[in-house]
Design a protein around this ligand. Structure first.
Ligand code: AMP
Length: 222
């Protein structure tokens, strides 16, 4: 299974990708996670990317295309993948098409999570991430006795530095300007499905799984 999860920041792509990766035993490739790791390690890409992440801006296409090429061509994705956070611009999508063409990879579909803009900002500023297992939570899911600990593994929870109100708004603007136009790009391929991402995690998950079990996301849009 080879799919792209698409949607604005905070639409639940990361949460759904983690659940789907566990269920289907395929890698979850998140460019945001890869960049944050690179920043922590202070690698060459990390040093170049840090300022963009902090500002809620997109990392330049040449860096991102190089990064995804390394990961996909490196073999991690040969038996399937869930791509989360890439592509985010038309040039990235075109480069991905070329890369898949070179490697003989056929994309099964693009599943887009539709979430209203106010809800995006609310979710981003409410989000907490576990430093140990990487799972994502919102405040209603935290332990009452110890809200600073991961409800799953007990690890330390933190708020991403780009999940502040101002940076969340900036990221949403960037999404509307640079990333949303990709919907039309993928609609033309006939393998684009948009679903209502405003619902509970479990409802969204069930709908995505049902779509994937049918073989591939059919071409429909809500
Ligand atoms: P995410 O975790 O997907 O919300 O990504 C966090 C940040 O990483 C974004 O706000 C961008 O600064 C950067 N980023 C992640 N993926 C990409 C991409 N495909 N193109 C450009 N920047 C990206």
């Amino acid at each position: 299974m080879r799919i792209i999860l698409f949607g604005p920041p905070g639409s639940g792509k990361g949460t759904q990708a983690k659940l789907l990766a566990e269920k289907f035993h395929i890698p979850h490739i998140s460019t945001g996670d890869l960049l944050r790791e690179a920043v922590t390690k202070q690698s060459t890409i990390g040093l170049k990317a840090k300022g963009y992440l902090d500002a809620g801006a997109l990392v330049p296409d040449d860096i991102m295309i190089g990064l995804i090429r390394e990961v996909v061509a490196g073999g991690v994705a040969k038996d399937g993948f869930i791509l989360d956070g890439f592509p985010r611009t038309i040039p990235q999508a075109e480069a991905l098409d070329r890369l898949f063409g070179e490697l003989g990879i056929q994309l099964d579909g693009v599943v887009s999570l539709r979430v209203e803009h106010d809800e995006v900002v609310r979710r981003l500023t409410d989000r907490r991430v576990c430093r140990s297992c990487g799972r994502i939570f919102n405040s209603s899911q935290l332990r009452k006795d110890d809200p600073a600990k991961c409800p799953q593994c007990g690890g330390e929870l933190f708020q991403r530095s780009d999940d502040t109100f101002a940076t969340a708004q900036k990221r949403l603007e960037v999404y509307v300007r640079d990333t949303k136009p990709l919907k039309d790009f993928y609609r033309l391929t006939g393998r684009f499905t948009q679903i209502d991402g405003m619902r509970d995690i479990s409802n969204v998950y069930e709908e995505v799984v049902a779509l994937l079990h049918k073989g591939q996301p059919p071409s429909k849009s809500k």
